[in-house]
Design a binder for this molecule. Structure first.
Ligand code: FES
Length: 144
């Protein structure tokens, strides 16, 4: 009897494309790598002390930092926008903030998102996960 891999077996059963991926993911195989899974992953809740020199840039309007895979931008004095660094196009961690356009931009292929994470232009029609921000004194909380 011919030995076939699980992948070949599922293909022979007629599984293909998304159905095959869903089946493999449900089976917990290592081949389960989905952009949507990574972009929707994980809740966040952390607080940054803006008095620490490491976060000094966040006191400057137009600057941004990436902390725990979250792009945090100071959009207006004392006001912040926070989105995932993971682009919804192909899952690259290349999203940053552009002060000149006051938007989020992925350097991989040029996807543009507004400050609410909504896709504006470029190759991605999906949006970015947005996180809440709350500033109390010099403590900036980022949370889901
Ligand atoms: S991965 Fe961001 S634009 Fe393609």
């Amino acid at each position: 009897m011919e030995k076939v891999s699980r992948l070949e077996f599922l293909k022979q059963l007629g599984f293909g494309g998304a159905a095959l991926m869903a089946t493999l993911c449900a089976a917990g195989t290592s081949s389960c790598k989905s952009n949507s899974a990574s972009t929707s992953a994980s809740t966040k809740d952390f607080t940054l002390d803006l008095n620490q020199s490491a976060y000094a840039d966040l006191k400057i309007v137009g600057k941004f930092m990436v902390v725990q895979d979250v792009v945090i931008a100071c959009t207006v004095a004392g006001t912040y926008a926070a989105v995932t660094v993971i682009c919804s196009h192909e899952g690259k961690k290349q999203v940053g903030y552009r002060e000149s356009q006051k938007d989020f931009y992925c350097t991989a292929h040029g996807a543009v998102y507004d400050q609410q994470g909504k896709g504006k232009s470029g190759p991605s029609s999906g949006g970015l996960r947005v996180y809440n921000t709350s500033l109390t004194g010099n403590s900036l909380r980022i949370y889901s």
